[in-house]
Design a protein around this ligand. Sequence first.
Ligand code: NAP
Length: 244
Amino acid sequence: MKTVLITGSSRGIGAEIARRLSMEDYRIIINYNKSEKEAKALEKEIRNRHKDALAIKADITKSDEVEKMFDEVKKRFKGVDILINNAGISSYKLFQDIDEESWDEIFDVNVKGVYNCIHAALPYMLDKKSGKILNMTSIWGIVGGSMECHYSATKGAINALTKALAQELGYSGITVNAVAPGAVDTTMTNEIGEENLCVLSEDIPMGRLATTTEIAELVSFMVSDKNSYMTGQIISPNGGMIVY
Ligand SMILES: NC(=O)c1ccc[n+]([C@@H]2O[C@H](COP(=O)([O-])OP(=O)(O)OC[C@H]3O[C@@H](n4cnc5c(N)ncnc54)[C@H](OP(=O)(O)O)[C@@H]3O)[C@@H](O)[C@H]2O)c1
C-alpha cells in the first residue's frame, strides 16, 4: 500500500484531497500546523471507514519539525511514496503595503515549506527509484494577480521549481507536477468578501468557483498509476478564467 502525505490537509483543498484519496488504496498522512481539532476529526473520519490515516503536526516552515514528521512516517511505514505539497497562505495587499515581514512569511510557507518537504521526502524516493511529487500552485503563479504580488511570486517560484526538478528527477523514476487552480470555494477565497466573490465569478467563463471536490478529483488522477508519463507539467483547473 502506498503512503501519501498531504501538507496542510486539516482544512480546505488539502482535507478534501485526503478524503478523496482515502477512497483508494492509500495510507493517508494528514499534516497540520494550527488546526489540530480538524486534523484529528478527519483522521477519525477516515479510520471509521476502516482506512489507514495518521495526523501529524509540523510547521512546514521549520526544517526540524518537517524532519521529525518524516522520521515518524519512516518508523511506521518506511517512507512517503507520494508527496502533495498543498499547504499555503495568501493575503490581499497593494505591493507598497507588503512589508518585509509579510513578504518573508509567505515565502517561508509557500516556498521554503515546499523545499523542506521535498528535501525530507527525496532520500526514500531516490532509494526506491520511484515516487510522485505534486505541488499545489495557482493561476496567479502563471499570469500574476493584482493585489497578490507576493502570493503570485511564491506560486511562480513553485511552478519553475516543478519544471526544473522534473527534469532532474525523471532519470530517477520520480515525477514532479503541479495543479494550479483558479478560484476555489474555501476559507482562503472567502476572505475577499461576498461582493468581491460575485465580481470574481463574473470573470470566470464557467460562472462559478471550483469546488474542493473538483480539485481533489484531478489530484487523485495526477498521483495515480494511471498518470504514468506526465512530468514537469502545470495543470490548471480554472473554469476558463485563463487559457494559455
Ligand atoms: N482556495 C483557492 O481559491 C486556491 C486557488 C489556487 C490555489 N490554492 C492553493 O491551494 C492550497 C490550499 O488552499 P486552501 O484554499 O485549501 O487554503 P486553506 O483553506 O486556508 O487551508 C490552508 C492549509 O494550509 C495549512 N498551513 C498553512 N500554513 C502552514 C504551515 N506553516 N505548516 C503546515 N501547514 C500549514 C493549514 O493548516 P493549519 O490550519 O493546520 O495551520 C491549512 O490546512 C494552497 O497552497 C493555496 O495557495 C488555493
